[in-house]
Design a protein around this ligand. Structure first.
Ligand code: MG
Ligand code: MG
Length: 256
């Protein structure tokens, strides 16, 4: 069943969205060559708890960390580890919070120092494809309109969209209905209702779209070992206006 939210619920989801956004920005300040991804996880957990919230991913389905940290060919769900970030890496940080009984969930792919021009293009295209998806997330449209917008944008640059993992509704639970695929056909899928809250989160590969699961049962890798990027925001569907962003990249990109 798909729940639309009350204004009170949307306000709390936005509090979570802002905290997740600020946590990502805090983590981002520490992303430099030489830092371990485990250290980034500790920074996030401390920041979230210092703001009176709980890390939303820690213990979710047995996930053992506060952040999913996915470096280079890891698409999503990477474990923080003793890996030391190096110049030219890209690192997707996916963060969740639980505050006042609701969830926050957003992700951003950071570069470590300077990256190749192909990698920069991957980051730009993936980030832009998220905003193409958000533009399509209007009242009366369907999830397929979002997927179509993301997919057609991404594929026009010769990159590929991961299909096995999708965006989702969010509320008291981290993953609620509907599923929000990053591929699809116009006019298909679930109808977007006023006050639905969803996470849109394109996962884009430089090479083939195929993936495999790491032996640890969590990390998802590209089959060809090429880079993958991931950006995610929370949006509320609004009748008669553009979708409302409940999380933001402003704190990251404006160095707030
Ligand atoms: Mg998500
Ligand atoms: Mg996420």
């Amino acid at each position: 069943m798909i729940k639309v939210k009350t204004e009170e619920e949307i306000a709390i989801l936005k509090e979570n969205g802002i905290l997740v956004s600020k946590t990502l920005a805090e983590v981002g300040k520490h992303i430099v060559p030489g830092i371990t991804t485990k250290k980034l996880d500790m920074i996030a957990e401390t920041f979230i708890r210092d703001h009176g919230a709980e890390p939303g991913f820690l213990g979710y389905g047995g996930f053992p960390y506060s952040l999913c940290i996915s470096v280079n060919d890891v698409v999503v769900h990477g474990f923080p580890s003793d890996y030391i970030l190096k110049e030219g890496d890209i690192v997707s940080i996916d963060c969740g919070t639980i505050y006042k009984g609701y969830n926050g969930d957003s992700a951003y792919t950071f570069k470590v120092g300077e990256v190749s021009s192909e990698t920069q293009k991957l980051l730009d295209v993936t980030r832009n494809s998220l905003f193409e998806g958000i533009k399509a997330a209007t009242h009366g449209n369907r999830t397929g309109d979002i997927g179509f917008a993301v997919q057609s944008y991404v594929e026009s640059f010769g990159f590929s969209v991961v299909r096995e993992l999708v965006g989702h509704g969010i509320g008291k639970r981290l993953h609620e209905s509907p599923e929000v695929p990053n591929y699809g056909r116009r006019g298909k899928g679930v109808k977007l209702e006023d006050r639905m809250v969803i996470c849109i989160e394109p996962m884009v590969n430089v090479g083939v779209r195929n993936i495999y699961l790491n032996d640890n049962g969590w990390a998802v890798h590209t089959e060809d070992g090429k880079n993958s990027a991931h950006f995610e925001l929370m949006v509320a569907i609004r009748k008669g206006s553009a979708p409302e962003l409940l999380s933001t990249f402003e704190f990251i990109e404006n160095n707030i």
